[in-house]
Ligand binder design. Structure first.
Ligand SMILES: N[C@@H](CCC(=O)N[C@@H](CS)C(=O)NCC(=O)O)C(=O)O
Length: 180
């Protein structure tokens, strides 16, 4: 999505399980995504987003503001790590853990992020890669990717709802999820 927003030609390579298991040992940190640019390779989604953003006017040029955006992007990785995955739990235990997470950690995260949104996007009227990062995690929650995370979870945070809607409607992003 960042490359699409940047207007860069790219190849999106998706792997099946066998292809991934073959590639995994050779990939930095043994995880995806990985960006290849010429003969160089970089892993970690936030490093990839920062690289694309800096090169294409989608990341703040002010060093402090860029660090603030990077902190927000990192908080999304924290969110993914904190989300109870239900392993070793009964369905009822998983449900309770997810609901407690939504009411607690996730609610606090949303309040913290919301307080940093200038509006419409994070830094004002222009899209940045951090907006895309926030959009993707919110979208997965709003579309029910995670059981027991209420779809109405962000309703108390109108700036988050507005940012999500603005990224979704952005001409460079809209086609990624919505067919014409
Ligand atoms: N912190 C990493 C997380 C990467 C990650 O969790 N990748 C998952 C997919 S979302 C993965 O490669 N899983 C397959 C595996 O570990 O074998 C990032 O932001 O890129």
């Amino acid at each position: 999505m960042a490359l699409t927003a940047a207007g860069v030609a790219y190849e999106d390579i998706r792997l099946n399980r066998d292809q991934w298991l073959e590639l995994k040992p050779s990939v930095p940190f043994g995880a995806l995504p990985v960006l290849t640019d010429g003969n160089r390779r970089i892993a970690q989604s936030n490093a990839i987003l920062g690289y694309i953003g800096r090169g294409h006017g989608l990341h703040p040029t002010d060093s402090w503001q860029a660090a603030e955006h990077e902190a927000l992007m990192q908080s999304v990785e924290d969110l993914r790590a904190k989300l109870p995955d239900g392993k070793g739990q009964t369905p009822d235990e998983k449900k309770a853990a997810r609901e407690a997470f939504a009411a607690g950690w996730l609610n606090q995260w949303a309040a913290t992020v919301s307080a940093q949104i200038a509006g419409l996007f994070l830094a004002g009227p222009a899209l940045n890669v951090a907006d895309i990062k926030l959009y993707v995690i919110m979208r997965s929650m709003l579309t029910g990717t995670f059981d027991h995370i209420p779809a109405a979870g962000f309703d108390a945070f109108p700036k988050l709802v507005a940012l999500h809607a603005a990224v979704d409607a952005h001409p460079a992003i809209h086609g990624c999820f919505h067919k014409a």
